[in-house]
Design a protein. Structure first.
Ligand code: HEM
Length: 446
């Protein structure tokens, strides 16, 4: 038995069929050979893009020369109405300035302060989880959204505005499959795409709600009554180079991306981790045993939840929530003896790299013990990028590696998760890697 994997398409298909497959799901639109290739070129009448699947090439793009490979504008197109000038979409000097202000809020010491809010969200998720046969994905989205609101604004998801933002986001994702083929494949500008009116309206309404929260916080900061959470920290941090702080408008852009990047991704990883634990009950029992040590919001427990961390890592390997990332070339490049023109799209696919047949032992298998082996340790350094790598690495990586293992431990301590015959999920890539018909499990309180 191997964990669910989409069936790849045949090696040769027409462009039209490729685009159709792509619209349905970018994972099953790809041929099986990408799990063995070091690089692949996609040539069509309209565009050329390259999938880079060799650790050394990925290192060049993400770590050695990130400034030569900015984020492609086209990927941001679908997101701009919602995210404005958020750190996720900007490049160059603007991006650097934003990271200088945001990064201190996510540093190690700060995670310790944030821990009690994550713990409280975990307790609320355990209290909310129903018994019976159910789709755990929405439960995990709810939990991860709660984590973000509690850590950012000291508000539980039951707060009226938080609940509305969460509901509107769900609507937004329904109207806007964000990794759409047009953006990804760099279709020519004349081809119709546009943001549907509904998507734009939802984006506006989400931004209006976030503006209310941010403006209220600005007032509290000025009055000296603001709680000491991530929002206050970010809004009071001055750029060490210019002394400037974020304006309310710019903070709204950042809050939108923290919410989007921080809850969809963690929810996806937690959903898949529960699915894997249901498929491998022996691991689940070991985790439940380890979780006995949980005893109140004490940050030091994180260094002892080793099995949970290894399981969560393995879930991020097999189902990287961000399956692919796109960059653009700004100068002529030569990769693997091929000349690559300026303006080419470079696709880096954690999905394929994490299952690369020539790099990983047992690439499609679930084996959390691999991280203690020599192959596992080498792969972790060279071929494991669930949070990307280099200068643009996920700001929330450390945060997510606390949230994920902690919530997983709290959940398996309280519940048993089992497979439901005939309902094994099929992974598809929407905004993040999700299950086509949800992750349906039998949940029983222990
Ligand atoms: C399991 C959870 C998570 C995963 C797998 C994940 C993954 C990623 C990846 C792959 C990127 C790079 C995307 C690209 O370059 O195109 C990214 C960027 C980012 N993530 Fe995360 N993320 C997670 C959780 C979070 C959390 C909890 C937060 C914040 C609270 C967050 C905030 C961000 C931000 C702000 C960026 C943009 C960084 C930049 O471009 O400079 N993420 N994330």
């Amino acid at each position: 038995m191997i964990p669910p994997k989409p069936v790849p398409r045949p090696d040769r298909v027409s462009l039209l069929r490729y685009l159709r497959l792509f619209r349905d799901d970018i994972l099953s639109a790809q041929p099986a050979r990408l799990y063995r290739a070091w690089m692949a070129e996609f040539r069509t009448p309209f565009f050329r893009s390259y999938l880079l699947n060799q650790p050394a090439l990925i290192e060049t793009v993400l770590k050695e020369r990130p400034e030569d490979f900015p984020k492609s504008d086209r990927v941001g197109e679908g997101l701009r109405p919602l995210l404005g000038n958020s750190v996720f979409l900007t490049n160059g000097e603007t991006w650097k300035r934003q990271r200088r202000i945001i990064d201190p809020a996510f540093e190690g010491g700060r995670l310790r302060d944030t821990f009690p809010a994550i713990w409280a969200a975990g307790e609320a998720a355990v209290a909310r989880m129903p018994d019976g046969i159910l789709d755990v994905e929405p439960e995990m989205s709810h939990a991860a959204a709660d984590v973000i609101f509690r850590t950012l604004f000291s508000l539980p998801i039951e707060n009226e505005i938080a609940a509305r933002v969460f509901a509107e986001f769900r609507e937004y994702q329904r109207t806007q499959p964000i990794l759409n083929a047009a953006a990804f494949l760099s279709l020519p500008r004349w081809m119709p795409r546009g943001h549907r009116a509904r998507t734009r309206a939802t984006a506006r309404s989400i931004r209006a709600l976030i503006t209310q929260l941010t403006a209220a916080r600005m007032a509290e900061i000025e009055a000296g009554t603001a709680p000491d959470d991530l929002a206050t920290k970010i809004m009071t941090t001055a750029d060490p180079l210019t002394g400037e702080t974020f304006s309310t408008e710019e903070m709204v852009d950042q809050v939108a991306i923290f919410f989007l990047a921080g809850h969809e991704t963690s929810a996806s990883a937690l959903g898949w981790a529960l699915c894997l634990l249901a498929m491998y009950p022996d691991w689940q029992e070991r985790l439940a045993g380890e979780a006995e040590m949980l005893d109140g919001p004490d940050f030091s427990v994180m260094s002892r939840l080793k099995l949970s961390r290894d399981v969560f890592r393995e879930a991020l390997r097999l189902y990287p929530p961000v399956p692919m990332m796109v960059r653009e070339t700004t100068c002529p490049e030569r990769f693997r003896d091929r000349d690559i023109r300026v303006g080419s799209q470079l696709v880096i696919s954690p999905w394929h790299l994490h299952r690369h047949n020539r790099i990983w032992d047992n690439p499609d298998g679930f084996d959390p013990a691999r991280w203690q082996t020599e192959n596992g340790r080498r792969c972790m350094r060279e071929a494991y990028i669930p949070f990307s790598a280099g200068a643009r690495v996920c700001t929330g990586a450390g945060f997510a590696m606390v949230e994920g293992p902690l919530l997983l431990s709290m959940l398996v301590r309280a519940f048993r998760f089992e497979r439901v015959a005939g309902r094994d999920p099929v992974p598809v890539a929407y905004l993040t890697v999700r299950a086509r018909d949800g992750i349906v499990l039998r949940v029983t309180r222990r």
